[in-house]
Design a binder for this molecule. Structure first.
Ligand SMILES: *[C@@H]1O[C@H](CO)[C@@H](O)[C@H](O)[C@H]1NC(C)=O
Length: 427
């Protein structure tokens, strides 16, 4: 077998590897010294086997192995190709040898162990989750002592595995159940850690695992995870992580200058009418406003009323908002979706990202008496009644409301102005 000479051929060889799992539980004595037990062996065609032993840090083993292949392959080529393969292999051993192999999230973040930096809820990664600890933030769920967290995690993993096998229904079920179950922070952490072992290059899974880390105050490892993902080419910026559709090449800014969007002046001129209609409907038709269902916020309360959905177009209850509809029409702008969004004091919409960078999001502020703020990227802004803001919600964002009265906005999505008309297709 000749030596592999190009990264491309190397890649082909890796993919055609006969990947076998070898487990050896025998201890070998060499010169009277007990050698570390081999737990996993990954044969690489034409090269020495990649061997993981008890107590090894798999990431360091991989790095050392890749260095040994230099200069035939660059370190980056070797690591980026072997890393996912090795993770997949090790994931199959996960439950059996987790303790002995010391496979943990450090394997895909970097080679250093995660340092516990303290958390208000006292949750420590690595704990086994059989029942949700009651001290944990449970995202408003109705968790009781009988909640079966391991059952929930294995159910969710099953859907995810089926989705990997191109089962669209399973993917749908996964998303529905994800919202229904209102995963606790520890469940979220465990689920996506396991999912990441199965799908190390999946945008959604990487994003969710990073967010799960952030929600338990593991900000630094989460940041490393996102930076690593960017260096692997998954996104263009660690703070901008659309998981459904990423269109490269569009000017990417967390905050946009509203003076570049002339329709916004016309929208702002309708502020008082729109606010009046919102207030009267909040009073007379409260039932139209529904609870946010994606388990994105903790504390407080977050309700929405949709006027236009990206898939269904304008909805029936636009009839209760005639003036609002007229002002929207006057904008002469194609809005892909439109909704009212109201949050009560005490609401924290935790860090998350929107699904795509092909749209921008406009907020027309209808009610705000102070105390609420929003971060997009690294920059915090606030709302001012009658004024609009415009940002790219594929950038990481979060909202904190510590004021003492409701904050309500009209949210309108527009196409990114640089997206060619032929690509303006709602999903
Ligand atoms: C929890 O779920 C697991 C996995 O589905 C199951 O094996 C176990 O019996 C369940 N435990 C309880 C107490 O229901």
């Amino acid at each position: 077998m000749s030596l592999i000479t190009s990264p491309r051929r190397y890649s082909l060889l890796l993919h055609s590897l006969v990947l076998s799992l070898l487990l050896s539980y025998s201890s070998v004595h060499v010169d009277g010294k007990k050698e570390k037990e081999t737990l996993h062996r990954l044969p690489i065609t034409g090269q020495a086997d990649l061997v993981f032993k008890v107590g090894d840090n798999p990431c360091k083993v991989l790095k050392k192995y890749c260095k040994s292949l230099q200069p035939r392959f660059t370190y980056e080529t070797c690591f980026s190709q072997l890393h996912p393969v090795a993770i997949q292999q090790l994931s199959q051993l996960w439950e059996k040898v987790r303790e002995r192999l010391k496979v943990d999230e450090t394997f895909f973040i970097d080679c250093e162990p995660i340092k516990y930096i303290g958390s208000s809820n006292g949750f420590s990664p690595g704990i086994s989750v059989t029942a949700a600890p009651t001290t944990l933030n449970n995202g408003g769920s109705t968790a009781t002592d009988t909640r079966n967290s391991s059952g929930i995690i294995s159910e969710m993993l099953t859907y995810l595995k089926r989705a990997m096998a191109m089962d669209a229904d399973a993917l749908q079920t996964f998303n529905t159940r994800r919202n229904e179950l209102k995963l606790t922070d520890s469940e979220r952490y465990e689920l996506y850690r396991k999912a990441l072992l199965l799908l190390p290059n999946n945008l959604f899974v990487v994003d969710q695992f990073g967010l799960a880390l952030m929600y338990i105050d593991y900000e630094a490892p989460a940041r490393k995870l996102f930076s690593n993902a960017v260096s692997r080419g998954m996104w263009g910026n660690p703070l901008q992580r659309p998981v459904s559709k990423y269109v490269p090449g569009l000017t990417s800014l967390p905050w946009h200058d509203k003076t570049n969007y002339p329709f916004i002046t016309r929208l702002e001129s309708g502020y008082q009418d729109i606010k009046d209609e919102l207030l009267s409907n909040l009073k007379e038709r409260r039932h139209l406003f529904t609870e946010e269902a994606e388990n994105l916020h903790v504390g407080g309360d977050w309700t929405e009323l949709r006027l236009k959905s990206s898939g269904l177009g304008f909805l029936k209850h636009t009839e209760y908002f005639p003036k609002t509809m007229r002002h929207i029409e006057n904008c002469g702008q194609d809005f892909t979706s439109i909704k009212f969004s109201a949050i009560q004091p005490g609401t924290h919409i935790r860090t998350h990202t929107g699904p795509t960078n092909e749209r921008l999001r406009v907020h027309l502020t209808l009610i705000h008496n102070g105390g609420a703020r929003i971060r997009v990227g690294t920059e915090w802004h606030t709302w001012e009644e009658g004024k609009a803001i415009i940002f790219d919600d594929s950038w990481e964002h979060e909202v904190i409301h510590t004021g003492d009265s409701i904050r309500a906005v009209l949210i309108l999505d527009i196409w990114h102005p640089e997206l060619p008309p032929s690509q303006r297709i709602v999903h």
